[in-house]
Design a protein around this ligand. Structure first.
Ligand SMILES: NC(=O)c1ccc[n+]([C@@H]2O[C@H](COP(=O)([O-])OP(=O)(O)OC[C@H]3O[C@@H](n4cnc5c(N)ncnc54)[C@H](OP(=O)(O)O)[C@@H]3O)[C@@H](O)[C@H]2O)c1
Length: 338
């Protein structure tokens, strides 16, 4: 079958190359999926650059955690899926619901688990979900990592309530899903971005307040100004060391900061003691479980929510899709059609 792989030791996007792989055969509890679309996450840049979870990939690995396709064969013991169903694999193997199992958790698209940038992929039936019926394969492909992370932070654990205020940083995949889920829950949303044009798009999507973090490097002060000094009830911090202190500055008394991303690195983030007087919660979030994915899909189906896709690339142009994500000109998700 046609596929891409990140070659062992890769430290740049040049480590992504075309390859031929044997078509996988489903074991008794597995499903064989003909992939129709895949979506990129910032993590996929980190993996190709050799900066993910301790360094470069040690073995050639098919990249990308996020994809959707039809079930074309099922193992003899499969009961959860039928041939023809549109499905997506879960980000992690073996985390069904409840608290995360003791790690290390294996995740799609990084060793030891091949990802979905290939014509076919196999998943254990426990590590896949049916996707909302109104979504195309491209829309469904965007869900496993970014959407589940935003859903879990805000809704499944965060219990965002109508009338609360949510702050999302930047306009990438996680943040735009955060905007959409917060609006679905009846919350008010503030968005930061480096681009006024993207902030106008965020407003068109329903954001109430917008802040350009280039022209307002002290954007936490702007957040306080836009909330009458109160701060926000939820922050999705995708920035990491360079944004966490300001996220803590922007959160309200009793609020929650979800520590999600590493866009500015993982160095020293400043003092967390601002949380104490505010009695606020700082929570590490690493994607989520199959149960969280399924509950999110139920909400997406009820609201007929459409993921925001910035651009779709053909399979042959996968390297250009990576470069597009790297350029950070996107708003929402970047998809590759298979
Ligand atoms: N913990 C988890 O489970 C989990 C899951 C998914 C993602 N992540 C992490 O979350 C981060 C975002 O991932 P993604 O896939 O959504 O990324 P993405 O789609 O590539 O989004 C990148 C966007 O982030 C914004 N950004 C960059 N630097 C920023 C800064 N200093 N302050 C505020 N915004 C900034 C920019 O938006 P503008 O162009 O609008 O400025 C940029 O376009 C990454 O670090 C990723 O590794 C973690």
């Amino acid at each position: 079958m046609r596929a891409y792989e990140i070659i062992a030791g890769s430290s740049t996007l040049d480590g992504l190359r075309r390859c031929e792989r044997a078509e996988p055969k489903p074991q008794p509890t597995q499903i064989l999926v003909r992939m129709r679309a895949a979506a990129l996450n910032y993590r996929d840049l980190l993996i190709a650059r050799g900066h993910y979870m301790g360094g470069a990939v040690a073995a050639n690995t098919v990249p990308l955690s996020d994809g959707a396709g039809e079930v074309v064969a099922v193992g003899s013991a499969v009961t959860r899926f039928r041939i023809g169903e549109l499905v997506a694999g879960t980000f992690f193997r073996g985390w069904i619901d409840g608290k995360p199992p003791r790690g290390p958790l294996a995740a799609l698209g990084a060793p030891p688990v091949d990802g979905v940038l290939a014509e076919f992929a196999v998943f254990d039936q426990q590590d896949a979900v049916s996707v909302p019926a109104h979504l195309s394969a491209a829309g469904a492909a965007t869900l496993p990592c970014a959407a589940v992370t935003a859903w879990r932070s805000l809704v499944d654990i965060g219990k965002v309530a109508p009338g609360e205020t949510v702050l999302v940083l930047g306009t990438g995949g996680v943040s735009i899903f955060g905007l959409q889920f917060a609006l679905m829950a009846g919350a008010r949303v503030l968005v930061t971005s480096s681009s006024d044009e993207k902030l106008a798009r965020a407003k068109a999507q329903g954001a109430d307040g917008t802040i350009n973090y280039r022209t307002h490097p002290e954007w936490d002060r702007e957040v306080l100004r836009l909330t009458d000094g109160r701060g926000v009830d939820h922050v999705l911090d995708v920035g990491g060391a360079g944004t966490l202190a300001r996220s803590i500055g922007a959160v309200a008394v009793g609020g929650q900061v979800s520590m999600i991303g590493v866009l500015t690195g993982v160095g020293t983030a400043g003092s967390p003691y601002g949380l104490l007087a505010k009695q606020a919660t700082l929570r590490g979030v690493y994607v989520g479980s199959r149960g969280q994915f399924e509950r999110m899909n139920a909400a997406i189906a009820t609201h007929r929510m459409q993921p925001v896709i910035d651009r779709e690339f053909d399979f042959d142009d996968a390297p250009a899709a990576y470069r597009h994500l790297e350029g950070a000109g996107h708003f929402g998700k970047v998809v590759i059609r298979l």
